[in-house]
Design a protein around this ligand. Structure first.
Ligand SMILES: [Zn+2]
Length: 383
């Protein structure tokens, strides 16, 4: 098992700053903490920041959170190429009587109201798509991309917005085959992970933030699969606990390969969608179990009694899994896999019939995931 403290993304630094003066002796240690004296107001500084091209014909200024001003020297042509909003702005003729246009370093100065770090990311991205090159399954991708996507929307930078959208979409499987492949990849990664390798949760997509960004930017293909993944997770497994080093229970589970989510970022609508979908998936264990009791699955060979008993036990075991935290796609796959069925004692015909039926069930379920989470009224296929 890898050492969790070496691989987790956050340090508990946010808890270190209490906002109070530290006490230096026993007497003052028990006294009520005194508020820190106001420091002298920090003077605003102006800094040149990348991108700052010597031959640029426009300087953009934007303020950081600490109210420092950052300057970027860029090319109007590049901004116009990406954004009709900038193109229109630069096409406006300067009225003849205007003489006091701001300038810096000999070129016009444009003040942008957006945060400096976001403006920097956007400008770098305009010059180089690879400046935003995360791993395909990077869990923080939606979280990092969202501010840039918002700027792209604001300044109508459609090409770059589409690029980021497809980056987020490509992290999530579009077919059941892709889903099974990703699940197998994750299981393999966890089984073969060495000491020093990152934990699974830091290597694969996080569903809650993906859902929020997918909703905001209409990435419809992401939603059913991200909700399905979220429906498998325990709310105790919250990514916020990464910053709490004393939460041993969380750390043991996460280093064992369990997945977490940014539960706190979900809104009421998303939580309702999740709860509704979870309940529907749970009830499917019952309906599927009943469906497999159908006369169509009765054995036609002499072994009838034996096959009925075996199938009955399998159905019972399967239905029992639904009372725990469900993963219906996984439980159908493992509960009725070729290996399970062939070692079960069922006759050849029953084995094949069941194998095909369950394979088809998984495909129907995958195709129905959107309905499971989003339809106001949903009728289970096997009800
Ligand atoms: Zn049989």
């Amino acid at each position: 098992m890898a050492d969790a403290t070496q691989t987790l993304p956050f340090r508990p630094s946010q808890h270190m700053s209490s906002g109070f003066v530290e006490t230096s002796n026993a007497e003052s240690a028990v006294a009520a903490p005194r508020p820190r004296k106001d420091k002298k107001k920090k003077k605003m500084t102006t800094k040149r920041s990348f991108p700052y091209f010597d031959d640029g014909n426009l300087v953009i200024s934007a303020k950081s959170e600490s109210q420092d001003r950052f300057l970027f020297r860029v090319h109007k042509s590049i901004l116009s190429f990406h954004s009709p909003v900038f193109a229109d702005m630069f096409a406006l003729p300067t009225p003849a009587d205007v003489t006091n246009i701001d300038s810096y370093d000999g070129v016009p100065l444009l003040h942008m109201p957006d945060p400096a770090d976001e403006v920097a990311s956007l400008l770098k991205f305009m010059y180089n798509l690879k400046s935003f090159a995360d791993r395909r399954h990077e869990p923080w991708l939606p979280w990092r991309a969202r501010p840039i996507m918002e700027l792209c929307k604001k300044y109508e930078i459609d090409g770059l917005l589409d690029h980021l959208k497809s980056r987020i979409e490509s992290a999530w499987p579009k077919t059941l085959v892709e889903w099974d492949a990703l699940e197998a990849e994750i299981a393999h990664y966890n089984d073969t992970r060495g000491i020093g390798d990152d934990i699974v949760d830091n290597q694969y997509p996080e569903p809650a933030m993906a859902i929020m960004v997918a909703t905001q930017f209409e990435l419809d293909a992401v939603l059913p699969v991200a909700f399905y993944h979220l429906s498998r997770l325990d709310t105790e497994m919250d990514r916020k606990y990464y910053s709490e080093v004393d939460d041993d229970a969380f750390l043991y589970r996460i280093t064992d390969g369990e997945r977490s989510a940014n539960w706190g970022c979900l809104g009421a609508d998303e939580l309702l969608t999740l709860t509704r979908g979870r309940e529907r998936l749970k009830s499917m264990y019952y309906w599927i179990s009943r469906h497999l009791d159908n006369p169509a699955f009765r054995c036609s060979s002499d072994k009838d009694t034996q096959c009925s008993k075996i199938l009955s036990k399998m159905r019972k075991d399967f239905q029992g899994q639904g009372s725990q935290r469900g993963d219906l796609l996984e439980h159908l796959k493992t509960g009725f896999s070729s290996t399970t069925l062939e070692g079960s004692g069922l006759c050849f015909r029953c084995t094949r019939r069941l194998e095909e039926e369950v394979k088809e069930m998984r495909e129907i379920l995958w195709d129905d995931l959107r309905g499971v989470f989003f339809d106001e009224r949903f009728k289970c296929e096997w009800r």
